[in-house]
Design a protein around this ligand. Structure first.
Ligand SMILES: Nc1nc(=O)c2cc3nc(NCCN4CCCCC4)[nH]c3cc2[nH]1
Length: 375
């Protein structure tokens, strides 16, 4: 069976560039637009695979960089691959490590060959190249692999970003050539170019000429103002093939998920919902709610009265606050479950709004209720 990843277009929204689709993978089909929970170290922190299935998560992310450092991709290969290792039989997308090298390790040196860096765990000197990134992802057996790229910092000079994207394009070609599985079946390229329209056009042209099964937009959600990210989407998404999945990396706030869907993005990922959950911050239909705050000490109502998730049906804000303050792991599990469920439910409502040709109306209604118009 060729490990094919294909995109099936279902409907384009009349009000905007949004679209309904399906991404078919060897481990199941994903309805898009979709939000992908992040499981960096072969687990979506505090969640079991059964709980992720309960909320109908169809695909999760894991990370080449982290698993290369620990426990090592050869161990996971020996375990039968990442699906078996973590007991997850749905789809897995692995990020290629470029971004993590820059965000986690110090003493790094970029060369044409690849990136030299120190492990943020042991301090050992390590090296990742496009070929090594593909070797690792093949050992993990992910359904969707990402090409090895450099995510240019923000802000960055035009000349730096140009040289960086040109190297990323050469690296993408090396990933295709080194991919042991049929190269054109499971490898997504990542469009770079910073905040510069001419460079985004150059990167998109380079990569779409190589015909990958899917394309991501990288180099965003790196500290730029949101309006700048939306501007980049406005002129970059139309450059991406309409018959392939479009993945915006590192984006996961409710407003950005809606705005990205309006602009034709199909796939999103972000650690935000799971990360903020662990310090007691939740996403609710009335906006962000920091349930660890004292004001909820005697609040015996549900976290979100409009949510029907396990957490909201069975526990009160007072109980959640108590657990978080007492540093009880169960509290982190309950807030994490809710935040992930909230985003799965949000994307289900986005898909329904596209089906009903009313995504822009849905955005206005959601922003009003979530309190997004006052920031
Ligand atoms: N291979 C690769 N290339 C990218 O350009 C890239 C760009 C990215 N931009 C982000 N942003 C993540 C922002 N996140 C927001 C919540 C708190 C932690 C950081 N993640 C990214 C991952 C990426 N992965």
């Amino acid at each position: 069976m060729t490990a094919a990843v294909t995109y099936e277009a279902i409907k384009t929204c009349k009000q905007s560039g949004a679209r309904l689709g399906r991404v078919h993978t060897p481990h199941g089909t994903i309805e898009t637009p979709t939000f992908m929970p992040v499981g960096t170290q072969a687990t979506v922190k505090t969640m079991s695979p059964e709980e992720l299935k309960e909320m109908d998560a169809r695909i999760i992310l894991s990370n080449t960089y982290h698993l290369f450092l620990r426990p090592g991709h050869e161990l996971i290969r020996e375990a039968g691959g990442l699906h078996k290792f973590m007991n997850w039989d749905r789809a897995i997308l692995t990020d290629s490590g470029g971004f993590q090298v820059f965000s986690l390790s110090d003493m790094r040196k970029i060369t044409e060959e690849g990136v030299h860096f120190r492990s943020h765990l042991s301090g050992d000197k390590l090296f990742i190249s496009p070929e090594i990134a593909m070797e690792i992802q093949n050992a993990l057996g992910s359904d969707i692999m990402m090409a090895f790229d450099e995510c240019a910092p923000f802000p960055a000079e035009h000349d730096y970003v140009k040289k960086s994207l040109e190297r990323t394009s050469r690296w993408a070609e090396r990933c295709l050539e080194s991919h042991t599985r049929p190269a054109d079946q499971s490898l997504f390229a990542i469009i770079q170019g910073g905040m510069y329209e001419d460079l985004r056009r150059q990167s998109a042209a380079d990569l779409t000429s190589l015909d990958f099964p899917g394309y991501a937009i990288g180099g965003l959600s790196v500290g730029e103002p949101k309006h700048l990210m939306y501007d980049v989407l406005d002129y970059t998404v139309p450059l991406m093939p309409a018959n392939k999945p479009r993945y915006l990396m590192g984006v996961g706030s409710p407003d950005a998920l809606i705005e990205g869907s309006i602009r034709g993005i199909d796939m999103f990922d972000c650690v935000l919902p799971t990360r903020i959950a662990r310090n007691g911050t939740t996403m609710t239909s009335q906006g962000r709610l920091v349930v660890r705050n004292a004001q909820y000490a005697n609040d015996f109502g549900p976290l979100d009265p409009e949510c029907d998730c396990y957490t909201c049906r069975n526990y009160s804000r007072a109980y959640l606050r108590h657990l978080i303050k007492a540093d009880e792991t169960f509290g982190l599990r309950l807030t994490t479950y809710h935040n992930l469920y909230f985003l799965q439910n949000l994307m289900k409502n986005v898909r329904q709004a596209i089906m009903d040709d009313r995504l822009l109306d849905f955005r206005d209604e959601f922003f009003e209720q979530y309190g997004l118009f006052n920031n």
